[in-house]
Ligand binder design. Structure first.
Ligand code: NDP
Ligand code: GDR
Length: 349
């Protein structure tokens, strides 16, 4: 029997790497797209030890002929569209580029499937950012969207186009509305990894102070390794549907920083308000965190918390890594990465 073929766009990103590993473990032939214009190495695939097991193909989401060619050549059974300009703050500076990649890029893929191989199953990486300034308690598949960044608006356009191609052309196309998910492979521009990597550098004497923006927003943070399993499950159902994937817990940036700091032996004490907010290590008196308005956004999403009941019931999906374990995993990984033999504290101890 032939192995199923999966095409993962954005395989060089956090989710792409974890998903590729999951698909390989399930016997898939995995093709992954990378941008020829990018100069970096596939370090996340290296980290997971799978670089030589996936087949890398050059693909740019801005280029329709390029996408058509890739889909025609590979004729995949499943496509997971993870590629995107995924940094919310950058989308305020690059709204047109973000709309093109995150919005129109998805339509280019859908059109390619419709024209070349309409039985290809399609997964779209939708996002909790589409809820934006929501006023509802926990967000589920029925919650109204109120996007408040160019990123979220572009993703919402793509989300509705996926629905449109499913209903209009009968494609097996669905969207996972994923809440924030993190890991040691998270990009360093995102707040969780920025906190763990910078605190590790400070502890090692290689950095002075961590500068953050709004430390009072709440996010529902899960583990990326858990979330890619849900993506795969969505394409194994009898019919395509959209699902929220979340932990159902929400925490502030301060809470994340407090836990991360504790693991490497700091005890944060916060004082001050607004731009004067600081966090000092109570043991040494050293200021570890201060606010830099450069990291504020023109519009902020204050609180997100997801209700993944539908996924739990229909996909039999469950998050396995708790918030505390996630922070511990990331902090320890960064502490080791920065080097030396310090023994991180175990949170549960
Ligand atoms: P990353 O930023 O880590 O990865 C994004 C990937 O997209 C990279 O491989 C990047 O390539 C690629 N890419 C960017 N622009 C283009 C382009 N123009 N053409 C082709 N490829 C491109 O994101 P994550 O892995 O964290 O997220 C995966 C997807 O899930 C994204 O669509 C994101 O918006 C969405 N999402 C993420 C959540 C999260 O918490 N992580 C939550 C909800 C949704 P390169 O390496 O060259 O930059
Ligand atoms: P988010 O993640 O915008 O939720 O998007 P990010 O980690 O960038 O921000 C989370 C919250 O932290 C606040 N914040 C800071 N953020 C960054 N990046 N840097 C800082 O210094 C800083 N200080 C405070 C932010 O204001 C925000 O409130 C992520 C991405 O992965 C998206 O692609 C995805 O769709 C959503 O999660 C769900």
């Amino acid at each position: 029997m032939f192995a199923k073929k999966a095409l993962v766009t954005g395989i060089t990103g956090q989710d792409g790497a974890y998903l590729a590993k999951h698909l390989l473990d399930n016997g898939y032939e995995v093709y992954g797209t990378y941008r020829r214009s990018a100069s970096g190495t596939p370090w996340r695939l290296d980290y997971l030890g799978i670089t030589d097991k996936v087949k890398l193909v050059g693909m740019e989401l801005l280029e329709f002929s390029n996408i058509l060619h890739v889909v025609e050549k590979i004729r995949p059974d499943e496509i997971y569209n993870l590629a995107a300009q995924s940094f919310v703050k950058t989308s305020f500076d690059e709204p047109l580029y973000t709309a093109d990649v995150d919005g129109l890029g998805v339509v280019r893929l859908l059109e390619s499937i419709r024209k070349i191989k309409p039985d290809t199953k399609f997964y779209q990486a939708s996002t909790s950012e589409m809820y934006g300034r929501t006023s509802e308690g926990k967000q589920n598949e029925k919650t109204a969207f109120r996007p408040c960044s160019p990123y979220a608006a572009a993703k919402l356009y793509a989300h509705w186009m996926v629905t449109n191609y499913r209903e209009g052309y009968g494609l097996y196309a669905c969207s996972g509305i994923l809440f924030n998910h993190e890991s040691p492979l998270r990009g360093e521009e995102f707040v969780t990894r920025k906190i763990t990597t910078t605190l590790a550098k400070i502890k090692r004497g290689k950095h002075d102070v961590l500068e953050l923006g709004n430390v009072d927003s709440f996010r529902d943070w899960g583990y990326a390794g858990d979330y890619v399993k849900a993506m795969w499950l969505m394409l194994q159902q009898e019919k395509p549907e959209d699902y929220v994937i979340a932990t159902g817990e929400t925490h502030t940036i301060r809470e994340f920083a407090n836990l991360a700091a504790k693991i490497i032996g700091y005890n944060l004490e916060w004082s001050g308000k607004g731009l004067d907010t600081i966090a000092v290590d109570s043991k040494s008196g050293k200021t570890l965190i201060r606010i830099n308005p450069q990291y504020f956004r023109p519009v902020e999403v204050d609180v997100l918390i997801g209700d993944a009941s539908k996924a739990k019931k229909e996909l039999k999906w469950q998050p396995e890594v708790s918030f505390e374990n996630l922070v511990e995993m990331m902090m320890k990984a960064d502490f080791d990465l920065i080097g030396n033999n310090f023994q991180p504290q175990v949170l549960s101890a």
